[in-house]
Design a protein. Structure first.
Length: 318
């Protein structure tokens, strides 16, 4: 097989290739014969050329499903061959190196099944059959929600049963505070242990393509002998409301509305009936003081505090 194109021979033939036909010529010399007709030249070139298609490229397919886009399609083909890959998103070509290796950054159709066809054209212009691989692109993260415990739950024990829902187009792994959860039928469940005080339960979902999403709730485990807080909630930069909902609490029914932008980072805000010193010098409280935790909490915007009105709880003459 001739491995290189015969373009250089074309130049030589067009300049005139002399061949002896065995008949006497002028002064007893053999008469030269010139190939000058394009049709004859093409026929001769075809006979001299390489017309055998190369083997289809050997491919090293990328991971599938994948969240990456583009992906690298690599493999082996003939030395100095032009490799072309085509997907629903378009085509790309590259030359192999002296070892026949190639790498192609292949753009995928987003969130779709991509059938990628790869061919190799050798130096003589022959094109191989196609090697075909399928790559699934998935750039959509799973959807996860913790349904138990509810955000702001005051716990009675350190062991907490956690459950919720999760959905995705591919298989999903769920970790709750780093502990693998059982996943079945779109639901997940596990048990975790929390320490005393305000804490966070965070569920992380990761799909087969590597996309991740998370949900979190705040909980509070009172220490031994500690009076439980009136309420708590996990509040982020988008804002939210903390409600005092514990029955029998002095501030039951109170709420704190925190506007968007009031916090730079998510925080567990705890509301409780305080027994400390009044926050303003010279102020004489006539009832419990509403305290917010964590200590040193500061807001970048005004918050709205709503307190319940109970006439019977007010001192006489108020």
């Amino acid at each position: 097989m001739i491995e290189w194109p015969v373009a250089q021979l074309l130049v030589a033939f067009r300049a005139g290739i002399e061949a002896r036909d065995g008949r006497p010529g002028h002064q007893g010399c053999s008469r030269p014969w010139r190939i000058e007709d394009d049709g004859e030249l093409a026929s001769l070139m075809y006979l001299l050329g390489d017309h055998e298609p190369p083997a289809a490229p050997l491919l090293l397919p990328p991971e599938s499903p994948t969240a990456q886009n583009p992906v690298v399609v690599s493999g082996e083909a003939g030395q100095y061959s032009l490799v072309t890959a085509t997907s629903p998103a378009g085509s790309i070509s590259a030359w192999t190196d002296e070892a026949g290796h190639f790498e192609l950054p292949m753009t995928l159709a987003a969130n779709a099944v991509n059938e990628i066809s790869v061919t190799a054209t050798d130096p003589a212009g022959n094109t191989s059959g196609a090697a075909v691989i399928t790559v699934v692109h998935d750039g959509i993260p799973p959807v996860i929600e913790i349904t138990a415990p509810a955000d702001g739950t005051v716990l009675e024990a350190a062991a907490v049963a956690v459950g919720g829902t999760v959905s995705d187009a591919t298989a999903v792994q769920v970790l709750v505070n780093g502990t693998p959860a059982a996943v079945s039928g779109g639901a997940f469940s596990t048990s975790v242990t929390v320490e005393a005080g305000a804490g966070l339960i965070r569920a992380l979902a990761r799909d087969a393509a590597g996309n991740e999403s998370a949900d979190a709730v705040s909980v509070y485990l009172p220490a031994a002998g500690e009076y439980p807080p009136s309420g708590l909630a996990l509040i982020g930069p988008e804002g939210g409301t903390v409600e005092a909902a514990r029955p029998g609490d002095p501030f039951a029914g109170a709420s704190i509305e925190i506007p968007a932008g009031a916090l730079e980072e998510p925080a567990i805000i705890v509301v409780r009936a305080g027994a400390g010193a009044p926050p303003v010098r010279g102020f004489i409280p006539v009832g419990p003081i509403l305290e917010l935790e964590p200590a040193g909490l500061a807001f970048a915007a005004d918050v709205t505090i709503t307190l319940p009105y109970r006439a019977g709880a007010l001192p006489a003459g108020s």
